[in-house]
Write a protein that binds this ligand. Structure first.
Ligand code: UD1
Length: 435
């Protein structure tokens, strides 16, 4: 089953929109529930997304009892858990690997088929496995699946070769029950990591994290049930800020922690965008045309790779040439050929894109190859002359809750249309039902 988004472009967006809870904060927090025994984790502001549904299905498969309605999720974990994760769910989403650390810590073993995710280059989990080995786990690769066992993990010092978000989260959760002290160095510093640390601490873990890339964990014997809230989704919020800018519109985006989106706001200021930042919101005012700016994506607090495609779409209409370097993933430029189909002038040289601004994009039929590429094409379509159809829009539902409805609320003329006969198990079902 497939869907496309049909967009009548050239209409400035107007109005107010609230950012959802962060996908990348909700997923690790959901995985952290596996550390519980006969207890419940209640999570507020869980966005209704395909990836969240996949994680919920995965946890249910392991034995969790989950209730999810209107952004409120409660995950009850029984005494006995399964430690073998189902290949069909794990292969749907790379973030499934986040259950490895908690399962190993809680059950002493875990089986995880190598995970899937966006097609944005090679995304190994070697740093996760190396760290778990250092903590005393035995890791074997059997028929494409990781088999991990540990007779009690042991605290140690782990230096990450790269500040991987997933590896930091997995090792953090594994270390909660490890004997003695674990010191994680060169960790990721994304706000979603802090959200996970705060969740684990609220559940009874002993963790010191001060944003310097060093996290100290003292092992404890057990955690208890808690109630926590997921932080706002900085990537979704910024996508709507860029949607307002690219259409020359006037939009207020609420539920923002401005400090989390500093890197984008600084670039937008440099490019001549007009916006006001308040305590928990950003108001975008219309401007005619941005000036070109250059940037490189980096781990937080650097410019987020998850915004690179959307910013590239926006800069494709700026005055002058922007240079965009991808510093996190090996190849995250699948949107370039699609933007060029719409009249953009973007040239690729290795991991660098040179974006020569054009005055107008023209609507076309384009393919969303992954989540953020899809969002970038939607932005381009909103600004383009005539009609754009973004195919394989399902990728976008992995990370954006009701994006078509939110854009319609802002006056965007967008419509999601099936490109194959309807069946009962459709994207719409995920969006209407709860997991
Ligand atoms: C998370 C985010 C994703 C974001 C990415 C980078 C979630 C659910 N997803 O993904 O949206 O794009 O951070 O900000 O939070 N790497 C290795 N070995 C490893 C782990 C990572 O080489 O063991 C490499 C990856 O291939 C990639 C880079 O490190 O090139 C960053 O990956 P990582 O930070 O782990 O991203 P994810 O946790 O997968």
């Amino acid at each position: 089953m497939d869907y496309k988004m049909k967009i009548a472009g050239g209409i400035p967006l107007h109005g107010k929109i609230e950012a959802q809870g962060a996908k990348n904060a909700a997923l690790p927090v959901m995985a952290a529930s596996l550390l519980l025994k006969d207890a419940t984790l209640r999570i507020h502001k869980v966005p209704r997304l395909h990836d969240v549904i996949t994680m919920a299905d995965l946890l249910r498969d392991l034995g969790a009892d989950i209730f999810y309605e209107k952004g409120e999720m409660s995950i009850s974990i029984p005494e006995e858990l399964s430690w073998e994760t189902p290949a069909n769910l794990v292969r749907k989403m790379r973030a499934s690997s986040l259950v490895l650390g908690p399962l190993l810590a809680r059950c002493g073993r875990a089986i995880l088929p190598l995970p899937g995710g966006c097609s944005i280059g090679s995304r190994p989990i070697d740093l996760h496995l190396k760290g778990l080995s250092r903590m005393g786990a035995t890791i074997d690769l059997v028929h494409g699946a990781v088999h991990a066992t540990a007779n009690g993990l042991k605290g140690c010092r782990i230096y990450l070769d790269f500040p991987s978000v997933g590896a930091t989260e997995n090792l953090l959760m594994a270390a909660v029950f490890a004997q003695g002290e674990t010191v994680l160095e060169n960790t990721a510093r994304e706000p979603e990591i802090t959200n996970l640390v705060q969740t684990l601490k609220a559940m009874g873990a002993i963790i010191e994290e001060d944003g310097t890339g060093v996290i100290r964990i003292q092992g404890v014997d057990e955690l208890h049930g808690e109630e926590i809230t997921v932080i706002p989704d900085r990537i979704e919020a910024c996508t709507y800020i860029l949607a307002a800018i690219i259409t020359g519109g006037e939009v207020e985006v609420t539920n923002i922690i401005p400090q989390h989106i500093d890197s984008l706001l600084a670039k937008l200021e440099e490019a001549g965008a007009n916006f006001t930042v308040e305590q928990d919101r950003v108001l975008v005012h219309p401007v005619k045309r941005l000036k070109a700016v250059s940037l490189k994506t980096l781990p937080y607090p650097g410019f987020p790779t998850d915004l690179q495609p959307q910013v590239m779409a926006t800069l494709s209409l700026a005055e002058g040439a922007s240079v965009i370097q991808e510093g996190v993933f090996q190849s995250r430029f699948l949107h370039v050929s699609e933007l060029n189909k719409m009249g953009a002038k973007i040239e690729l040289q290795g991991n660098t894109a040179v974006v020569t601004g054009v005055e107008q994009l023209i609507g076309a039929d384009v393919n969303a190859t992954d989540l953020r590429a899809g969002a970038a094409l939607i932005l381009a379509g909103l600004a383009a002359k005539d009609e754009t159809s973004v195919f394989h829009i399902g990728h976008v539902w992995r990370g954006y809750e009701d994006m078509d409805i939110k854009l319609q609320q802002l006056g965007g003329r967008v419509e999601v249309i099936p490109t194959e006969p309807l069946s009962t198990k459709v994207n719409g079902a995920v969006r209407k039902e709860e997991a």
